[in-house]
Design a protein around this ligand. Structure first.
Ligand code: FNR
Length: 344
């Protein structure tokens, strides 16, 4: 087993260990107000939306987690079977190791057979050349590719990168790839300034991946010998709620960017709040990993159906028939969140 694929096992183990740690995505600082006369029936409600221009049957998906080692390939196979059964889209974790060494690609290559008709997302870091990105897509016959921005993670990672010149490469990938490109953080959130820069450079799809859920600075810090030096890095970032509200405030500067929300999503209410705040879909990693490890594939499939039921019920209570109507729902922010948004 090489260093890279050993790291994948550690990420899963540490993410699960830290899952219980109290962290907040900020969404609890927002209240949605039910309609007293919803004038709606449950069967009129459609949960469908889009992700990077592709149709989704439900407004959430399995976001990037893993792959590239024996244990994590098995987890990906489970996720692919659950995605196939429930009809939700699925992203694989970084294929960095697999584009460099064909032995590590085999696990990824199996996934399309397990989920023949579902939406699948490839995943790579922002420093990879076009050939690697193309290879990552063909490996899983991807519909979309996620390119992750993970500066905080690399800086804390004991064997991490030290150079972060990404924008020109990202632009090349966006122009040349056949599939839509989704630019994604990994749990630090994005400022309106970043979104504006991405919009100006021609990007259309962004996953804000806010703070408040899986925290990669914390995960990498667990892998360091000296845990004090960079411990503060795990406190940085905008929460999911702050990232979304910042984007909404600057909406007219962001061109045609469509947003995916992720970071600390735990239940149907979190999902609906993200959609109310302007996301067109929501990604979930840590919680789905936790349920899969605890309750297996059937447990995860049941959880996904539960989320659909919860979203439908909340949409009824808010009087919304379509996901796109949610963005007009009234929301009330607590003072601390309002104060932060005023400064964005
Ligand atoms: C991740 N995430 C991630 N993201 C990415 O783009 N490439 C990757 O390889 C990984 N690897 C990974 C491993 C594990 C174990 C977890 C839990 C997560 C990040 C993930 O997609 C997401 O952006 C963040 O985890 C925030 O969402 P959650 O986990 O709070 O729902």
């Amino acid at each position: 087993m090489n260093l890279h694929s050993h790291r994948k096992d550690e990420h899963v183990m540490i993410a699960e260990k830290l899952y219980r740690q109290k962290s907040t995505n900020g969404l609890e600082r927002i209240r949605l107000i039910p309609a007293n006369l919803p004038e709606i029936s449950l069967d009129e409600i459609s949960l469908s939306t889009t992700l990077a221009g592709k149709k989704l049957e439900a407004p959430f998906f399995i976001n990037a987690i893993t792959g590239g080692s024996q244990t994590t390939d098995a987890l990906n196979e489970s996720l692919a079977r659950v995605a196939n059964k429930t009809g939700v889209a699925m992203a694989v974790g970084s294929q960095s190791v697999a584009v460099k060494n064909a032995d590590y690609a085999k696990g990824f290559e199996k996934l399309r057979r397990l989920n023949p008709n579902g939406i699948m997302l490839a995943n790579l870091g922002a420093n990879h050349p076009f050939e690697n990105a193309e290879r990552a897509c063909s490996m899983i016959d991807a519909d979309i590719i996620e390119i992750h921005l993970n500066a905080a993670q690399e800086l804390v990672m004991p064997e991490g990168d030290a150079e972060f010149y990404w924008l020109e490469n990202l632009k090349r990938l966006n122009e040349k790839l056949q599939v839509p490109l989704l630019v994604k953080e990994v749990g630090t959130g994005m400022t309106p300034q970043t979104l504006k820069l991405l919009a100006e450079n021609g990007f259309s799809y962004v996953d804000l991946a806010g703070a408040g859920g899986t925290n990669f600075a914390a995960i990498e810090n667990e892998r360091r010998k000296n845990k004090e030096t960079l411990a503060f890095m795990q406190e940085l970032g905008l929460t999911t709620a702050e990232s979304l509200l910042g984007a909404q405030k600057h909406r007219n500067e962001l061109g045609r960017i469509k947003l995916t929300a992720s970071g600390g999503i735990r239940d149907a209410q979190d999902i609906v709040k993200c959609l109310v705040l302007g996301a067109e879909n929501v990604g979930i990693s840590g919680m789905f990993l936790h349920v899969l490890l605890k309750d297996g594939e059937d447990g995860l499939a049941a959880k996904i159906e539960d989320l659909k039921t919860g979203i439908r019920a909340l949409m009824a209570l808010l009087g919304c028939r379509k996901i796109s109507e949610l963005k007009d729902v009234q929301r009330i922010l607590d003072l601390e969140l309002k104060n932060t948004v005023d400064q964005l």
